[in-house]
Design a protein around this ligand. Structure first.
Ligand SMILES: NC(=O)c1ccc[n+]([C@@H]2O[C@H](COP(=O)([O-])OP(=O)(O)OC[C@H]3O[C@@H](n4cnc5c(N)ncnc54)[C@H](OP(=O)(O)O)[C@@H]3O)[C@@H](O)[C@H]2O)c1
Length: 189
């Protein structure tokens, strides 16, 4: 059964990126490569990725994917990616299955589920988009890799109020200077 999983790295104080959308602070943390390698079993079960336009543009720019589009497949394989954006003219990585969509997440859930075909949906971020999936009742799990760093400000991890009766801590681990935390999201009833 398809699960919608918000899997991301975060700072101790709950930021995904600094105010300039930089991740340089993340790459400086010991154990980053091992932490990413540890995601392999999760990624193997992913059928679809969803992300907001800032996250997509960061990957596009950081990896210079318009100049070397083959890198997209190296990272993500053939998985379709839904990019949420109000800009339908967003530059697309040639050869990649990228679907630009906009509007309420709930309207896109049937198509996303169908595309996932029983595999998981990786909600890559940002935090508000993950929150929109939560609001739509469609977020099943959080997989957080918490880096030993604070930023004080930046792009928020999950700007929603989600109380302890809804979150169930299911596993804890350590890789270098990262703590991995997994939560199941419980729904009333
Ligand atoms: N630490 C990590 O592992 C990690 C993981 C993920 C992301 N990040 C970083 O964190 C930052 C996140 O950026 P962000 O907070 O701006 O979030 P984002 O979700 O990447 O982008 C937000 C943008 O997506 C579009 N959008 C979102 N929901 C939409 C909807 N329902 N319909 C239409 N468009 C929608 C809007 O832009 P437009 O309509 O203007 O296109 C919105 O401003 C980025 O710098 C990213 O690189 C880090």
């Amino acid at each position: 059964m398809t699960r919608f999983v918000y899997a991301t790295s975060t700072t101790l104080d709950g930021f995904l990126a600094d105010p300039d959308n930089s991740l340089d602070w993340l790459f400086a943390v010991e154990g980053g490569e091992e932490s990413i390698a540890g995601m392999a079993p999760f990624i193997a079960g992913v059928g679809v990725m969803v992300e907001g336009s800032t996250t997509y543009r960061w990957v596009l720019d950081h990896e210079r994917l318009l100049e070397r589009p083959e890198k997209w497949q190296e990272f993500y394989g053939e998985r379709p990616t839904y990019v949420f954006s109000s800009h339908p003219d967003l530059p697309l990585v040639p050869g990649a299955d990228i679907r630009v969509v906009s509007g309420p997440v709930g309207e896109h859930l049937p198509a996303i589920r169908e595309t996932a075909a029983g595999k998981d949906v990786w909600v890559v971020g940002g935090g508000d988009l993950a929150g929109q999936f939560f609001d739509a009742g469609a977020l099943d799990e959080l997989h957080l890799s918490v880096a030993s760093v604070t930023l004080g400000s930046g792009a928020p991890l999950l700007p929603r109020r989600i109380e302890s009766d809804t979150l169930r801590l299911t596993s804890v681990g350590q890789t270098g200077q990262f703590v991995s935390l997994r939560y199941a999201i419980r729904r009333p009833g």
